[in-house]
Design a binder for this molecule. Structure first.
Ligand code: FES
Length: 249
């Protein structure tokens, strides 16, 4: 990536990037982090939402964000680093304005996930784990999103894009880069990665009810059961389990 004015390889192993001390965190942001802390009986429970908040401001886990989180929660910076470097949703290098994930786990892969990722990489000119030089899009190969009934799926800022193809993936990326309105196939309006991170930190954007709670594919079994008059057994009157073989002797 040398020669580009913007570099990002957020999926690298190792620590938070302490060579980049820049931060946008202000005293007002620290106040909001205190507000997050106050919602949890155990201060340590606030670490994860606070780190999402740091990403909503700095676009990554910044050393300043780690320091403030550690001070507010009352733990060491090493402990906060441990959380920030364990979970893949925390980015140690700047993510793009829009963060795009392509599921490449078994079912999505069988349905074309690898081809979609390949198309995205070629179209963006980056590899999974990198951000475009203009900072507009970051790309990630993600593991099963528990949406296999809509495979192959993509995510934009953690919102679902169902039943994708290489062509619709490229179209989606073009729209995102052109700042055209984009909606998840489940209905939610795509905002930006930072805005989505603020919601994950616990600040509602009022969009939680946009779109259906379950799509047609997830409801197919339920609809078939309703049509045929099937119902689940009463949990209070389940048949007794078969005795184990030793007990039968
Ligand atoms: S394998 Fe892609 S959502 Fe499950």
């Amino acid at each position: 990536m040398s020669g580009h004015e913007f570099q990002s390889h957020f999926e690298v192993s190792g620590d938070v990037d302490h060579t980049d001390k820049s931060t946008n965190l202000t005293e007002e942001n620290v106040q909001e982090m205190r507000y997050i802390l106050d919602r949890y009986p155990q201060p340590r429970s606030a670490i994860m939402p606070m780190l999402h908040y740091v990403q909503s401001v700095d676009g990554r886990i910044s050393p300043a964000g780690v320091k403030v989180t550690a001070e507010l929660v009352g733990v060491s910076e090493a402990q906060v680093n441990g959380v920030a470097t364990f979970y893949t949703m925390y980015k140690r290098r700047p993510a793009g304005k829009q963060h795009v994930g392509v599921c490449v786990t078994s079912l999505c892969a069988i349905m074309g996930g690898d081809y979609i990722l390949d198309a995205c990489e070629k179209h963006l000119g980056i590899k999974a784990g990198e951000t475009t030089p203009d900072g507009s899009v970051s790309l990630e190969a993600v593991e099963c999103n528990a949406a296999c009934d809509f495979a192959p799926v993509m995510m934009v800022n953690w919102e679902f894009m169902d039943n994708m193809t290489p062509d619709t993936a490229v179209e989606l990326i073009d729209k995102l880069r052109a700042d055209e309105p984009v909606q998840s196939t489940r209905g939610a309006t795509i905002t930006s990665w930072k805005e989505a991170e603020r919601v994950l930190a616990g600040f509602s954007d009022g969009r939680a009810d946009e779109g259906p709670t379950a799509g047609h594919a997830s409801l197919t079994g339920l609809n078939i059961a309703a049509e045929k008059g099937w119902s689940a057994p009463d949990p209070a009157n389940l048949p007794a389990p078969e005795p184990k073989q030793e007990e039968q002797k």
